[in-house]
Structures are given as C-alpha cells and as structure tokens.
Write a protein that binds this ligand. Structure first.
Ligand SMILES: Cc1cc2nc3c(=O)[nH]c(=O)nc-3n(C[C@H](O)[C@H](O)[C@H](O)COP(=O)(O)OP(=O)(O)OC[C@H]3O[C@@H](n4cnc5c(N)ncnc54)[C@H](O)[C@@H]3O)c2cc1C
Length: 455
C-alpha cells in the first residue's frame, strides 16, 4: 500500500492494546476518518496504569508458562513527570480540584493517571470501540497487503479472525522482564524477584536485599524497601568499580558497583570488593520488547532489544505504512510522543502524508544503526531517545503539519531532570519551575476539554 498524494482514504485499522498508546492511536486514526477496532486483553483500558496487587506465578518472570500480569505499577507509585508535561497535547492533564476522588498533586498517583486516561477515552468516544478481554494471538500478512488478526476472548476459547488494511501495535513494553546475568546465580540459594512483580515493601521486612538498577523505579523501590528491610544494597552499572557509599538519609542503604559473583552459601560479591549475605535479589533491570503474536516472515525482528528495521521507530519499510508501532522509544515523555506518532500513522494511512521510498527508508535506518555503532552505543539502546526526543517530536510535528513541542514543555523536562537529581527524595513536592507551570496553564486555555475551561 504505497500512498499517493491527494487521495484521502479510509482504512480498516486494528489497534492492539488500550493503554495510553492504543487510546491516542485510535483517537487520531478516527479523527483522520479511519475505521478502528481496539483489541484489549484486559478488562479495562489504561494498560500499565491499571494497578493490581496480583503478581505473576514466577516472581522473576523467566518461566514461559507463568501466569501473566500486565501492569508493573507498585502501590506507592507517583508519576516521575509533572502532569503538565506528561499529558497529551490535545488533552491537558490538569488537576480536577473539585472532585475529591481525584489526586490534584503535580506528580500524582498511578490511580489519577488511570482516571485521566479514562476521561480521555470517554471524551473522544474511544471506549466504545475497544473490545475488552480480547487477546490478539496472531497478526500476519494475507493477500493484497492486508492483515489477518486472530483473537480470542477470555470467555470463549474459540479463536476468531478478521481482516484489516492496517495494524498499529501498541502492546506496551513494560511486561516482559529483563534480568541481570549474575555468575553463580544457579546455585545461589536466596529469592529472586523482578520489579515487574514488586507491589509493596512488606515482603521485604527484616530482609537483606540486593537491588540491581538505578533508573527511576529502582530509586523509588529502594526507598520504599529501606523503610522495612534490614539492609538494602543497590548494585549499579553507572558507578565506578570501587564505589561503596552509604546513602545519605538512611542508615541501612548502600550504593555499590555491579555484582561480581554469587555463591551457594548465600553470599554475593560486588566489584567494589565487599561481600554481602543476602536474602533477596530484586532485579530493577528493565524489560524486553515482546510481540509474541506478530508474524512478519522475519521482516521485523527483536535483536538485543532492537526492534527492527524500523523507520523512525515506527514503520518497517517493507510493510509501511500498513504495519506500525506506537510507543517504542524510551527515556522520553511518552504521551505527547505517542500522540505525534499516531498523527503521522493516521495521516499516512489516509494518503495525506507520504513516506519516502522503501530504499530511502532503509538507507536512513542503516545510517542510524551505523551512527549508533560508531558512537559505541549498544543495540539495546536503539530506542533510547534520551537527549533527542524533542528533535524527534518536532520532526514528526512538521510532517504532520502541527505545531512543534511547546517551549515550556521542553524547558520543564530539563528542569525536572535537574530537580530530580538535586532532590531525589522530595522532587515530587518541591520545585523551582513554577513559572513554567504558569506558562503551561496559559497554553492550556486554548483547550476546552478536561475541565480546563470549567475552572
Ligand atoms: C513503573 C512504571 C512507571 C512509569 N511512570 C511513568 C510516568 O511517571 N510518566 C509517564 O509518562 N510514563 C511512565 N511510565 C511509562 C508508561 O509505560 C507509559 O507512559 C505508557 O503508559 C505506556 O503505554 P502503552 O500504551 O505503550 O503500553 P501499556 O500501558 O503497557 O498498554 C499496552 C496494552 O496492550 C494490551 N495488550 C498487550 N498485548 C496484547 C494482546 N496480545 N492483545 C490485546 N491486548 C494486548 C495490554 O493489556 C495493555 O492494556 C511508567 C512505566 C512503568 C512501568
């Protein structure tokens, strides 16, 4: 399906997943005149923001036959981005002070984010097109460049199928755990758990815990656990080998370099030379991209967490634009980026926007991969947009004919990173970028939704 200019087309599109990515994709596709079905295996929308106390049967997530739980939220989680920056551009995430069910804080709880996503879905009529408790088990090409989607509902075990012109994959990437490789771990006698299955600190009471990782959730969880555990030892890849530091404000938490080995007497040795006899190793080591339903005859693969080849993290050139992915980049502000990716996909499917040729897209991808290699960036960082997310977003915005990211949002992101670094314990409640909050609210006045104009 090669788009031609000036022939608006309405496609039948399947969206897989009703998390933030799937919801905004469905909204943008419908806005562009496409017919959309959203498949969601859970019983409600919101994806990872649907907190559940349930955990998987294998706490470290390695058993392929384990019972599955989608969400990785823990009970105490508050957002690590301020609501002004985090929300969709067309639907600002403002506090609803007059409803006491809501959490008006700038960095609210996971429940507030879920309520916001539900509001979004209701506002734009997306809820009605979601088929809940319907798991997609197969997506594959059929004749004429169309896609067969096979799915089964939770109640009936019968697998059904439907044909679509296009498929947008929005199944999330915080569900399939990645774990650290630790020499000797097979004979180490303690318990192992991945942060995907972390909910509350109570199971860690009086335990000696080694927590691997240094991303935002690792930091949150180490603080959560330090309140009840006997000792918390954080193993981080981002510090020098000789590091061993008591963490300020805690008398039971230390920062170490990575683990060197583990032993059958329960001891764990760090590269810094220290040895700890631990009860639990908690892997806060991230997740793998996982598309068990997708059959592309080897066109799209996942290799060391690189999903590829993908043009600008969205389209495999050979299958563009009928197959696309929303939400693969990380170290980004996700919702507004999902929104722009979705506008791009929707515009391409209707022929309003055109793609470069397959060859040009492949060239672009090859050049990107070479650049990563030359810079010594490992494959698994392919989708880490780190410092260039706004450049990427603005590139998408220009293609879609919509305004680039707001200056206040860009500045706020930088301020938040600085503040988080300076005040790791209190950044969610103390900040110095109030002037940017005011600018954001000025901007939000343009939108009549989500109670903004009701105030
Ligand atoms: C612990 C944690 C904290 C985070 N904190 C923040 C934060 O503070 N701010 C922020 O902006 N972002 C945060 N994020 C990132 C968050 O993941 C994104 O903001 C966003 O919610 C991801 O949306 P998604 O739609 O891509 O994926 P998900 O929310 O994971 O949704 C995917 C959906 O697809 C469904 N699905 C999967 N497979 C199938 C299938 N085969 N058939 C049918 N349905 C299927 C799932 O059930 C799910 O509903 C956090 C993530 C985690 C894990």
């Amino acid at each position: 399906m090669q788009p031609t200019h000036h022939q608006p087309a309405s496609r039948n599109v399947a969206v897989i997943g009703a998390g933030a990515g799937g919801l905004v994709a469905a909204h943008e596709l419908r806005r562009e005149g496409h017919k959309v079905v959203v498949f969601e295996r859970g019983d409600q929308l919101g994806g990872t923001w649907v907190y559940t106390p349930n955990v998987e049967s294998d706490p470290i997530g390695l058993d392929p036959n384990r019972t599955r739980v989608h969400s990785s939220m823990y009970q105490s989680l508050r957002t690590n981005l301020p609501r002004e920056a985090m929300g969709f551009r067309d639907y600002p995430f403002v506090a609803i002070e007059e409803d006491e069910e809501r959490d008006p804080r700038r960095y609210p709880s996971h429940r507030e984010v879920l309520m916001y996503l539900k509001d979004f879905a209701i506002e734009f009529g997306v809820s009605e097109i979601v088929r809940f408790e319907t798991e997609v088990v197969f997506v594959g090409l059929v004749e004429g460049g169309k896609w067969k989607v096979k799915f089964k509902s939770k109640r009936g075990e019968v697998v059904q199928d439907e044909i679509f012109d296009a498929v947008v994959v929005c199944n999330g990437h915080h569900t399939e755990p990645r774990v650290a490789q630790i020499p000797g771990i097979n004979t180490w006698k303690g318990k192992q758990i991945h942060s995907h299955n972390y909910r509350t600190p109570e199971p860690f009471r009086d335990q000696v815990v080694i927590l691997i990782g240094s991303a935002t959730s690792a930091i949150d969880i180490s603080r959560d656990i330090a309140g009840v555990a006997k000792e918390v030892h954080i193993a981080s890849r981002s510090v020098a080998d000789e590091t061993i530091e008591k963490q300020p404000g805690y008398n039971n938490m230390w920062l170490h370099s990575m683990i060197k080995s583990s032993h059958d007497d329960g001891s764990v040795a760090f590269q810094d030379g220290s040895v700890v006899v631990a009860d639990i190793i908690l892997h806060c080591t991230g997740y793998k991209y996982h598309f068990p339903f997708l059959e592309t005859n080897g066109i799209v693969t996942v290799d060391d967490n690189r999903v590829g080849p993908l043009y600008k993290h969205v389209f495999p050139p050979a299958l563009a634009p009928s197959l696309s992915f929303v939400g693969l980049p990380w170290k980004v502000v996700p919702f507004p980026e999902f929104e722009l990716q979705s506008k791009w996909i929707a515009g391409l499917l209707s022929n309003r926007i055109a793609l470069p040729s397959k060859e040009e897209m492949m060239e672009d991808i090859k050049a990107f991969y070479s650049l990563l290699e030359e810079s010594g960036i490992p494959k698994r960082y392919t989708h880490n947009l780190g410092g260039c997310q706004f450049e990427y977003n603005d590139w998408l915005a220009a293609l879609c004919g919509c305004p680039v990211s707001e200056e206040w949002r860009k500045k706020m992101y930088l301020e938040v990173s600085k503040n988080r670094h300076a005040r790791p314990e209190t950044y969610r409640d103390e900040w110095e970028d109030e002037h940017l909050v005011l600018q954001a609210h000025e901007d939000f006045k343009k939108y009549t939704l989500n109670g903004v104009t009701k105030k």
